[in-house]
Design a protein. Structure first.
Length: 342
């Protein structure tokens, strides 16, 4: 099995060999094994970022049970001790931050801020890096202003972070207009250089992403609004990025606000927002994509269905933190779970 160098809509990933794929469920009602872990130390949260080193997982920013507040809080979960602790807050309160781990440090590249005097979240181009050894955030040069956004698909290949799609503006009242974008950019963490890449075939935000074997995958998401959820899967070979995007098999359930993780050659998507069949508006589905066979498989339901959560893949498991239990921002959770192929 080839190794995975990475991830996604919330963060880093260590190379992990896949276990047998279609295994009997241990918890939940389908393939795979779920484990319930200690609740998030800083309390219920959604629309946050997650990133993980080999030692710790970090929950960054987000909102509480109040869409008028973007948090600065950062909470760290230690994999060895199974405990949470508060660490240095990020300099700017953010929701929907693009968070990822590279070479043992945590990068936050843009996101949404506000509201600031009006009921709207707006993009920020601000960028930061956190050093776990120093417990210290450093402000980096901002990304180009026209590339600022949150809620992007995120992937990492070597020292380069890829952001695909995202959200630049979201009104919180009225028609709840949301400005989705098709922008794709790459950030070199060693040189600080930003490069534009071929745009997505269509705008997407609240979208999942992963890099496997030098290919960037973008799955699901939505296009300008809650109701416009998508089940698209797109792929771009990073060695021939100038050729653009290739359309792959569709995800079985059109969803946005998903958590995305990687185990071996599989991309696994969890939950999401925009479910017309449930009063909560939240999807319980877990679905896995085999990047070698171009095939999606439906797994079982989440232990606690949520949207607006984030995940990180470490040691052959996907760790999923927080998220909202109903559409919108009224009922965030502090649930923390892990998923593996049993």
């Amino acid at each position: 099995m080839r190794n995975t160098r990475l991830i996604f809509s919330a963060t880093l990933v260590l190379a992990a060999a896949a276990s047998p794929f279609l295994a009997r469920g241990h918890e939940g009602d389908g393939s795979g094994r779920w484990s319930t872990l200690p609740v998030i130390g800083t309390g219920p949260v959604q629309e946050h970022g997650v990133a993980a080193t080999s030692d710790e997982l970090y929950v960054i920013g987000g909102i509480e049970n109040n869409v008028t507040t973007s948090r600065r809080d950062v909470s760290a979960y230690n994999f060895k001790t199974s405990t949470w602790r508060s660490v240095a807050p990020i300099p700017l309160g953010l929701n929907h931050p693009n968070a990822v781990a590279v070479d043992g440090k945590i990068y936050v590249l843009g996101g949404l801020t506000g509201p600031d005097g009006e009921p709207v979240w707006r993009y920020t181009a601000a960028c930061f890096v956190y050093d776990p050894d120093m417990d210290e955030w450093t402000t980096l040069p901002s990304m180009p202003d026209d590339q600022g956004r949150g809620a992007s698909a995120i992937g990492v290949h070597g020292s380069i972070v890829y952001l695909a799609g995202g959200l630049r503006l979201s009104y919180l009242t009225g028609d709840v207009f949301q400005e989705s974008v098709d922008t794709v950019t790459a950030y070199n963490t060693r040189t600080g250089e930003w490069v534009r890449l071929p745009p997505l075939p269509e705008p997407r935000d609240h979208v999942g992403g992963a890099v496997i074997n030098s290919t960037l995958f973008v799955v699901g998401g939505r296009d300008h609004g809650y109701e416009n959820t998508k089940h698209t899967t797109w792929a771009m070979n990073l060695h021939t990025a100038e050729r653009g995007w290739v359309t792959k098999s569709e995800m079985p359930t059109a969803r946005a606000g998903i958590a995305t993780g990687v185990i071996g050659r599989y991309i696994v998507t969890f939950g999401g927002e925009g479910n017309p069949a449930d009063p909560s508006g939240v999807f319980p589905q877990s679905e896995a994509y085999d990047t070698e066979s171009d095939r999606w498989v439906e797994l079982g339901s989440m232990l606690v269905p949520r949207h607006g959560m984030a995940a990180a893949s470490v040691r052959g498991a996907i760790f999923i933190a927080g998220g909202g239990t109903i559409r919108g921002g009224a009922e965030p959770s502090d649930v923390f779970t892990s998923f593996t192929f049993a």
